[in-house]
Design a protein around this ligand. Structure first.
Ligand SMILES: NC(=O)c1ccc[n+]([C@@H]2O[C@H](COP(=O)([O-])OP(=O)(O)OC[C@H]3O[C@@H](n4cnc5c(N)ncnc54)[C@H](O)[C@@H]3O)[C@@H](O)[C@H]2O)c1
Ligand SMILES: N[C@@H](CC=O)C(=O)O
Length: 508
């Protein structure tokens, strides 16, 4: 088989690479003093994170312009640590969304035939580093978009395939990883030759707007990247327009399964391709033979990433009976020793606040429900002394399958533990959910590792490993955890490409 490859040019790769090298160095450096070129940054942010205040934006970004909403309305963005208002951004509605789609559609007509080649990025930190890794990955993937020539069953005919950009892509993203949830989608789509209209979470619009500034500086043409900001009330209106517009070819969503289902239903009217990265309910299965130190390290890394507010977070700790008490003792001890809950900018803090009061209330309800139904509280179990949206790192044991902590995505710093006896029972418990995103297995028996990993109906299985994020690996879930894959060799970029079959006759 021969490959048909998009012709090389430096444009796409250089634009993406340059933008994110600059972006990383400007955001990730977290200096304590700030040089305010444009002094639009509120006092609450001044001593915190931005080394480049021009990344601080309080307007949406459409067609290469910083834009207010047509209605002139705006909504406030809050600091979850203390509830103070950071700034206000435009409250956009269906009218603004339509303008943005038209813009992206017009830009698509030239962007789709821009060709690809360039050089890699290498370093940075935490989420920015992770975000940048997708830019690097997809910029490279752009050079590997290949069609094919396939052996034909008929000598008179030739079979060719081409991969072509899908078109305008609507993207709706959550707050918990406000940068990477965008780059994982948008960089794939841009590298494929698509244009994008992004609606970030109302909790974190500023990260998305900062990225627009970087895209603009890197030279992306107007209309190729657009961000519309809207509050929760208008999110459904904006989402509906994106899903139903015939100019939008693809909907890519990361967020709750509940909202994902709404968007899938809305997209059916135009039979749109959808990529869905939805909620999880990850089982963390520990067998008797497991190395307890590795288990606790993995459990801490998985459960307490982003204060438990990660779709991959271990949700149900299923521990085999012989190692059950040891796990609870070691886990409790480690949680007391290493977790420091404080404002995200406080030195040494490992755990921050939950995103909002509603999230705190939900965690309180889940823990109360478990305790009411007979679970035992070992550690934590109430709001943090810091006030605001803080909740204590918590461990509850002896949970049962009728409890909400077993059936719902906790999305907070609560370790919920259940004992099991046999491997069969553990797998059955793991499958008592419609979610199928991440799962974890700890055992030193290599045959059991394979057997259980193959059996689990989950898109990702961590085997003696609690962290597995990488742009190089395909990310996504089974069942109600989603559709499609982000990242990985071919998978992530293919989401944004159409395959065209060229049938050539009269070839003899
Ligand atoms: N699978 C993954 O890769 C992944 C990654 C991160 C987060 N998540 C999931 O996201 C959830 C947490 O994020 P969240 O609270 O922001 O999720 P959410 O579903 O409440 O909101 C996500 C986005 O959808 C928008 N939205 C809400 N209602 C809408 C509607 N009716 N129409 C259109 N848009 C609408 C929101 O404004 C936000 O931008 C968790 O369930 C988590 O597991 C999944
Ligand atoms: N933690 C996930 C995102 C889900 O919340 C990731 O690392 O990609």
């Amino acid at each position: 088989m021969f490959g048909i490859v998009r012709a090389p040019s430096y444009t796409v790769k250089i634009a993406i690479s340059t933008s994110f090298t600059r972006w990383k160095s400007s955001i990730a450096s977290a200096p304590t003093t700030v040089n305010h070129k444009h002094d639009n940054v509120p006092a609450t942010l001044k001593q915190t994170m931005l080394s480049t205040s021009s990344l601080f934006k309080d307007k949406a970004y459409i067609n290469g312009r910083w834009t207010t909403s047509k209605s002139g309305e705006s909504f406030e963005v809050f600091n979850p640590s203390n509830g103070t208002v950071v700034t206000s951004v435009p409250r956009m509605n269906s009218e603004d969304t339509k303008v943005s789609i038209d813009t992206a559609y017009e830009a698509f007509q030239s962007w789709k035939s821009t060709t690809a080649k360039g050089k890699p990025l290498n370093d940075s930190r935490a989420e920015i580093e992770y975000s940048a890794s997708f830019c690097e990955w997809f910029a490279e993937e752009a050079r590997r978009i290949q069609g094919s020539i396939v052996s034909s069953p008929d000598k008179n005919k030739k079979i060719f395939t081409l991969k072509q950009p899908a078109g305008v892509c609507g993207m709706i993203t959550p707050w918990n990883f406000p940068n990477v949830m965008i780059t994982r989608k948008a960089c794939a789509a841009l590298a494929a030759g698509c244009t994008v209209v992004i609606k970030p979470s109302e909790e974190t619009p500023l990260s998305a707007l900062a990225m627009c500034e970087i895209f603009e500086r890197a030279g992306f043409p107007p209309g190729v990247v657009n961000v519309i900001t809207s509050d929760r009330t208008h999110a459904s209106e904006v989402g509906k327009i994106l899903c139903e517009s015939p100019l939008v070819s693809h909907i890519s969503f990361t967020g709750s399964s509940h909202v994902g289902k709404i968007l899938l239903a809305q997209s059916s009217s135009t039979v749109k391709k959808c990529s869905m990265e939805l909620g999880g309910n990850a089982p963390f299965i520990v067998f008797n033979s497991a190395n307890i130190n590795a288990v606790v390290n993995g459990a801490m890394a998985s459960k307490f990433r982003n204060t438990g507010q990660t779709c991959l977070c271990a949700n149900r700790f299923l521990i085999q009976e012989e190692i059950y008490d040891l796990f609870i003792d070691k886990m409790t001890e480690t949680m007391k020793e290493v977790l420091i809950t404080d404002d995200g900018f406080a030195p040494g803090a490992t755990q921050g606040p939950l995103i909002n009061q509603k999230a705190v209330e939900k965690i309180e309800e889940l823990v109360q429900d478990a305790v009411n139904k007979g679970a035992k509280l070992v550690l934590g179990g109430k709001k943090g002394p810091q006030g605001g949206n803080f909740y204590e790192s918590t461990l509850i044991k002896d949970i049962t399958t009728d409890m909400r902590v077993f059936n719902e995505e906790i999305f907070g710093p609560v370790v919920a533990v259940k004992k099991f006896t046999t491997e069969e029972e553990a797998i059955k418990l793991a499958h008592q959910t419609r979610a199928g995103l991440a799962s974890y297995v700890y055992t030193q028996d290599p045959v059991q590792q394979w057997r259980v990993a193959e059996e689990l109906e989950y898109g990702i299985v961590g085997i003696n490993e609690g962290l597995f994020n990488a742009a190089e690996a395909p990310f996504g879930g089974y069942k109600e955890s989603g559709l499609g894959r982000e990242g990985g060799v071919g998978y992530g970029i293919d989401e944004y490409l159409e395959v065209k079959y060229l049938a050539m006759g009269g070839m003899r």
